[in-house]
Design a protein around this ligand. Structure first.
Ligand SMILES: [Zn+2]
Length: 280
C-alpha cells in the first residue's frame, strides 16, 4: 500500500469553493476525509487539511497550480488526525490555525504519541516523517467570524457532538456549511469521542441554518437531506445495537450493522460505535 493507492481529487462546488479528497478508507488516504478550500481575493482558507504533511503538500501543489494566493487560515473541525495533522504543514508556512479550545487540548495530548506510533508502521512511516506536533494559533471558545480576502466565514462550536471540540464553518454568502464529522456520507462515523445525545441536538440545530450545500467530514457533498440522513443513521444504529443481545457477541452486532449499511466505508470504526451506544 502506498500513498498513491488513491489519488487526490477535486470537486469544484463553485469558483470560490473546492472539496479535495483521496477517497478510500485507510490511513494512506486520510480515511477518505474531505479538505475544503475557500478561495478569497489574495487569500485561501482551508478546512481540515488531511492526516499528514505529505498529503498537505500535495494539496498545496494543487492550490499553487491555480493561484499564488497564500493559505492564510486553516480551520480544524476537530482534533482527529485525519482532519488535523496536515495543518502543521501550513502552520510552518505561516497560516493561522484555528481550533476549538478542547480540540487544541486533545491535539497537545494525543498527537505526539500518534505521530511516533505511525512512524513505526512501515507502510505509512513516510507520511509522518516530517510531521511535528504544533499548537493552534487561534483558539475558538464559542463563535469566531473569520474574515480573509473578502471571505466571511462563521466558525462555530455546535457543542460536544462528534468530539468535545467540534467546529463547523458556515459561508452564508455561498450557502455552504462545512460540518466536519457531524455528518459523514457513505462512511461510518467514528464515535470514540462522541456524545450521542449532544450530536443529535447539534444536528437538529443545524436545521436552523439556511445552507443549501453541506460538505460532510467524509463522503460526497450533498444538500439539506444530509443532516436528516445522519439523524436516521444514529437512530438506526442505536436500534440495531439495542436489539442485539449483549450475549450475542461482538461479531453478530458488527455484521448486523454492516448488513444494514452495505455500501458504507470505514467498518473499522464500528466497534467504537457499539461501545459508545452501549455506554461501555
Ligand atoms: Zn473525526
Amino acid at each position: 500500500m502506498t500513498a498513491s493507492a488513491s489519488s487526490l481529487t477535486e470537486n469544484r462546488l463553485s469558483e470560490a469553493v473546492s472539496v479535495f479528497t483521496y477517497g478510500g478508507e485507510t490511513l494512506a488516504t486520510s480515511y477518505g476525509a474531505n479538505a475544503v478550500a475557500f478561495f478569497g481575493e489574495g487569500a485561501i482558507v482551508l478546512v481540515d487539511p488531511f492526516v499528514s504533511h505529505v498529503q498537505a503538500a500535495e494539496l498545496d501543489a494543487l492550490l499553487r497550480a491555480r493561484t499564488a494566493a497564500p493559505v492564510t487560515h486553516v480551520v480544524l473541525t476537530h482534533h482527529h488526525t485525519d482532519h488535523a495533522l496536515g495543518a502543521g504543514y501550513f502552520a510552518a508556512k505561516g497560516a493561522e490555525v484555528v481550533a476549538h479550545e478542547l480540540a487544541a487540548a486533545r491535539m497537545a495530548k494525543e498527537h505526539p504519541g500518534l505521530i511516533a506510533e505511525r512512524r513505526r508502521i512501515p507502510e505509512v512511516a513516510h507520511l509522518f516523517e516530517a510531521a511535528r506536533p504544533y499548537v493552534p494559533s487561534r483558539i475558538v471558545f464559542g463563535t469566531f467570524l473569520l474574515e480573509a480576502g473578502g471571505l466571511r466565514l462563521d466558525v462555530f462550536h455546535p457543542g460536544h457532538a462528534h468530539t468535545p471540540g467540534d467546529l463547523c464553518v458556515y459561508a452564508a454568502s455561498l450557502g455552504i456549511l462545512v460540518s466536519g464529522d457531524l455528518v459523514s456520507t457513505n462512511y461510518h462515523p467514528n464515535l470514540e469521542d462522541a456524545d450521542v445525545a449532544g450530536w443529535r441536538a447539534a444536528l437538529e440545530a443545524l436545521r436552523g441554518i439556511p445552507f443549501r450545500t453541506l460538505v460532510p467530514g467524509h463522503g460526497p457533498a450533498g444538500g439539506r437531506e444530509a443532516v436528516e440522513d445522519q439523524l436516521r443513521y444514529l437512530d438506526r444504529t442505536r436500534n440495531i445495537v439495542s436489539e442485539t443481545p449483549k450475549s450475542a457477541g461482538e461479531d453478530e452486532v458488527l455484521s448486523a450493522l454492516a448488513r444494514a449499511f452495505p455500501e458504507f466505508r470505514l467498518r473499522i470504526v464500528l466497534p467504537a460505535l457499539v461501545d459508545r451506544i452501549r455506554g461501555t
